[in-house]
Structures are given as structure tokens and as C-alpha cells.
Design a binder for this molecule. Structure first.
Ligand SMILES: *[C@@H]1O[C@H](CO)[C@@H](O)[C@H](O)[C@H]1NC(C)=O
Ligand SMILES: CC(=O)N[C@H]1CO[C@H](CO)[C@@H](O)[C@@H]1O
Ligand SMILES: [Fe+2]
Length: 514
């Protein structure tokens, strides 16, 4: 159905309407975007090629991963696994003290013979996922029916056999008699329903915060600031422009087709409507620089030692490879910190990002200016990593994990159980979204997960912006290192039941292009 929508002649015409040259405010409290009022003015460098246009609109491909999910979606181990290697690996953190609003007592949980909850917490084996971002968000109305969106808290245990198992779920933030804490020892459908409400909350938190804001909208800010402030002959332009390919266009489409008043997300997701802006604003105000830099983020979340965390393993290696490349290129052009400090175009680039992307919030830790080469290298590494590996990690698996609806319901239409022992299979089926809502969600996730044929993999620079010998050599080295990582990931995959490929450099694009 979403496909019919995108194929309409009106949509085709609208594709031709565009401009990028100014900042615009789509909504207060979220990053600024390009101004999009006028036709045809995107330079071809950043416009979709014809192949991509037609493909985005018409092609189909089959993906079989949803069959695997169909088989395993009810399993606790698979539920835990998705916090590491599913589409949202960004939420889980080590739990060293229970939050006050999540009163799980030692004797409530069963820890596979591993002693008390407090002991396991001290050993660093207990993890928390907290969806407080969704607390009090007004849920949508779909097909004239009120929808339900929870703000759950989930406690997970790393078991001696290296599994990550959910041990307690509370669906609302405030403890109360009608807000029970669910356990795996509850009845089959009480526990399953609790997990379903978590998966549905994860859909909204992932799509709006982790995917839209933290990759798409940021990538647009980096790109618009580059186009506005940095001339084509500047090394920063040459280095970053390939990492902005198609980004402005895909974001224009996302605003028009997903989150506009008639957008698919607005109409069919539990957080559609005013919920979108509430969540985006809260997400932006809690977004920090360190959380965008994977080496810092992993340490801050205390997840350095979690087993089977391939997002982390591949992501850290990818970050290092990008960092070495960026360091090589930028230290070729900037011989000392003073050269960074007095480059006014570079300074304008970062100050525009600070102002229009992070709305001048100093608490984010985002630099307002650059004073050293080291700082510049780190920031540019973050930009390339966000536009390539990070976007792939949170984008590519959307249909894999969302293609079997019960694993990722985009909305739910009955409230969760308020007392135990009353939920049945019939309640579960009535809680799932209407078929027409499901179809819209699945068609969209399918479309957004597929790779296009004019895809440019990370580190390939067909436009050849650099001509000097040293940068060209650095590009070759970069490509060689990426090949090596790709080979390592392939070899690792051989022994995995579910291969993790979202950070394989061969499989990911230079830019946020879908
Ligand atoms: C979607 O399905 C629901 C429930 O079956 C129905 O009431 C509603 O009219 C349908 N909406 C559309 C637009 O077909
Ligand atoms: C999905 C994927 O890329 N799987 C690959 C994992 O590794 C094995 C062995 O190299 C390949 O055969 C799979 O295709
Ligand atoms: Fe995306």
C-alpha cells in the first residue's frame, strides 16, 4: 500500500521540487533542515540518479530473515539478542543500581542458579533498557481506535552460557498496583504480552531517536553546513561530500512521506501525530557528543564485556579504520593546531552544526569550534561513521526484524494487562494492529531496508575529488583496511547462527542514502 502511495504521479512531480541552500526550521526543538520550497535546484552531485529514483519507486526483492524471526520471536534469548545485534543496539546499559521506579526485589527473579540479583549486579552481569523517553507520549488514534504506547523498563541477565535473558519487565515508568512487574515465570501470555509491548515501544524509540534523529537528521545538518560554508576546493569538502550523497533527497522524502500529516508513520505508528515531535525534541535534548562516538559510548554504557555484541565489535574496528584514514588526510593538510584554528571555513562549518544541529546546547558536549587537529579528526571521524556504519547498523535490519509483525508491532490497540492471569492468545490477537496498519508498516520497512543498485560502498570515491599523491595513497590504504575488516566479518559469520552483516564495509554505503 505504501508502494501505491509512492508511485502516484503527484509524488513523482514532487520529486522534482527542491532546494538546499538555506536552513529551514521544520519544527521547533529539532535539528534544522534544508529549505525545500523550489524545484530542481539540487546539484546533480547530491540528487538521486535515475536508476535510484525508479528503483526506490518500483522494485521488489525477497528477504528471508523474517522466517527466522517467525520461528524465534517468542524466545527470551532472541528478545535479549536484539538489544545487541538487532536494529537498536543503542539502549542497553550495565545496571549497577536499580532505578528507584523499578523495584525488583532479589527474591522476585530467578537467575539460573547464579545467586542474588545484587551479587550479579556487583559482578556486572545485569543490564537495563529504559524507555523513559516515551513516558507520557500521547498515543495515536488509528482506524478511529485509540492506540497504546508504553515506556517500559527491562532488566536483563548475562547468563554463564553467554545469553542475554530478560528477567523482569515493567511497562510503565511509575510503579503502581495496576503496573505489575512481569517475569518469565508468569503465564505464557502475560510474559509474551509484556515483551510485545516492549518490542512495540522499541519501534518508536528506534525509528525516531536512533534512526531518524541520530543518523538522518544529523547527516543532513553535516551536509547542509558543508554546502553552505565550505568551498569545493577545500579538503574538508573533498573528504566529506561523498558521505552526503542522496541524504538531502532521502530526508526530503522522509519528511513528505513518513512524518508529514499524511505520512505513513504519522498515520500508522503508535507514536504518530504529536508524539513524533515530543519524542524527537526529548531525544535531541538528551543527545550527547560522546554517545555519537562509539568508543566513548560503549564505555559509558558499560557494555565493553558483553558477549556476542557484534555491533560493538565491528563498530569499534570500523571506527578505528575511519579514524586512521581521517587522521592521515587531515594531518596532511593541517600541519599544526594553529592552522585549524585560523581556518575560518572550517570554523564556520562546526559553528553552524552546533547552532542548527544541536540548537546551541552546550550540555551536549558538541564542539562549537575546533582548536586542535586531534579534535577535528575525532569530529570528522564521527561524521563519516554516523553517515556510513552507524546508519547501516540501525537501518539495514528494519525488514529483517520488522518483517514478521509480532516481533515489531508498529502500534498496539489494546492496553497492556494491569493484573496477571487474565491474558490469553485471543487478547494478544486483539491487541495487534489491524491488518491494513501492519501492511503499511511492513511495506515501508521493506522499502527502507533494501540496497539500491547504484549503491557506493564505504571508502569508494568514484568522483576522485583528491588528486594529490598522499591523499590518494591514504584512500587506497583505507580501502585495503576495509577489505580486511569485511573478510574478518565474513569469517566470523561462518560460525554464527545469525550472521551479523550490518557493519560489513562491503555491505554499507558511504552515506545516508535510504
Ligand atoms: C482498516 O481495517 C480496519 C479493521 O479491519 C477497518 O475498520 C478500516 O476501515 C480499514 N481502513 C481502511 C482505510 O481500509
Ligand atoms: C548473510 C551473510 O553474509 N552470510 C554469510 C556469512 O558467512 C558465510 C561464510 O562465509 C557465508 O556463506 C554467508 O553468506
Ligand atoms: Fe535510513
Amino acid at each position: 500500500m505504501a508502494v501505491t502511495l509512492v508511485c502516484s504521479p503527484k509524488f513523482l512531480t514532487s520529486l522534482l521540487f527542491y532546494i538546499y541552500s538555506s536552513w529551514d526550521v521544520y519544527a521547533k526543538g529539532i535539528p534544522h533542515c534544508m529549505e525545500a520550497t523550489d524545484p530542481c535546484s539540487l546539484p546533480c552531485e547530491i540528487r538521486f540518479s535515475f536508476t535510484k529514483n525508479t528503483e526506490f519507486l518500483y522494485t521488489f526483492n525477497s528477504v528471508h530473515f523474517p522466517d527466522y524471526v517467525h520461528k524465534h520471536w517468542k524466545e527470551d534469548a532472541f528478545f535479549g539478542y536484539q538489544y545487541l545485534n538487532g536494529v537498536n543496539p543503542m539502549l542497553i546499559r550495565r545496571c549497577s543500581a536499580l532505578p528507584d521506579n523499578f523495584p525488583v526485589a532479589d527474591d522476585m527473579v530467578f537467575l539460573h542458579d547464579q545467586g542474588s540479583l545484587r551479587k550479579e549486579m556487583e559482578r556486572g552481569k545485569i543490564f537495563l533498557c529504559d524507555y523513559k523517553l516515551l513516558d507520557g507520549v500521547k498515543a495515536n488514534t488509528i482506524n478511529l481506535k485509540k492506540q497504546f504506547l508504553m515506556a517500559p523498563l527491562i532488566l536483563l541477565h548475562e547468563t554463564p552460557d553467554d545469553k542475554l535473558m530478560p528477567i523482569a519487565i515493567q511497562l510503565k515508568q511509575t510503579p503502581a498496583d495496576d503496573n505489575p512487574i512481569f517475569f518469565p515465570t508468569d503465564s505464557e501470555y502475560d510474559w509474551l504480552m509484556a515483551k510485545i509491548f516492549v518490542r512495540s515501544a522499541d519501534f518508536s524509540a528506534h525509528q525516531l531517536n536512533v534512526h531518524l534523529l541520530r543518523t538522518h537528521l544529523l547527516a543532513e545538518v553535516f551536509a547542509v553546513s558543508l554546502l553552505r560554508n565550505v568551498p569545493m576546493v577545500h579538503p574538508l569538502y573533498k573528504l566529506l561530500i561523498p558521505h552526503t550523497r542522496y541524504t538531502l533527497q532521502i530526508n526530503y522524502l522522509a519528511r513528505r512521506l513518513l512524518i508529514s500529516e499524511t505520512g505513513v508513520f504519522t498515520q500508522f505508528a503508535a507514536s504518530g501525530g504529536e508524539g513524533i515531535m515530543t519524542i524527537l525534541k526529548r531525544s535531541l535534548s538528551s543527545m550527547t557528543y560522546s554517545s555519537l562516538c562509539i568508543p566513548d559510548d560503549i564505555v559509558e554504557r558499560g557494555v565493553e564485556a558483553l558477549p556476542n555484541f557484534y555491533y560493538r565489535d565491528d563498530g569499534l574496528k570500523l571506527w578505528d579504520i575511519i579514524h586512521r584514514f581521517v587522521e592521515g588526510v587531515l594531518s596532511f593538510y593541517y600541519k599544526n593546531d594553529a592552522e585549524v584554528e585560523k581556518d575560518s571555513e572550517l570554523q564556520k562549518w562546526i559553528s553552524d552544526i552546533f547552532e542548527h544541529g544541536f540548537l546551541s546546547q552546550t550540555g551536549t558536549g558538541i564542539p562549537e569550534s575546533f582548536t586542535t587537529v586531534v579534535e577535528l579528526v575525532k569530529f570528522v571521524t564521527m561524521v563519516i561513521f554516523t553517515c556510513s556504519g552507524q546508519h547501516s547498523a540501525v537501518n539495514t535490519g528494519q525488514y529483517d526484524y520488522g518483517g514478521w509483525m509480532p516481533n515489531t508491532p508498529i502500534s498496539l490497540q489494546l492496553p497492556p494487562p494491569t493484573t496477571k492471569g487474565k491474558t490469553s492468545k485471543a487478547t494478544m490477537l486483539q491487541t495487534f494492529p489491524d491488518v491494513n496498519t501492519t501492511v503499511q508498516g511492513m511495506a515501508t520497512m521493506w522499502l527502507l531496508s533494501k540496497q539500491s543498485s547504484d549503491f557506493v560502498p564505504l571508502g569508494q570515491y568514484p568522483e576522485g575529488h583528491f588528486s594529490e599523491k598522499i591523499p590518494c595513497k591514504l584512500i587506497k590504504d583505507f580501502q585495503g583496511e576495509l577489505e580486511g575488516l569485511s573478510a574478518d566479518i565474513k569469517a566470523r559469520n561462518e560460525s554464527l547462527e545469525v550472521p551479523y552483516t550490518y557493519m560489513d564495509p562491503r555491505e554499507l554505503e558511504n552515506s545516508v542514502a535510504i
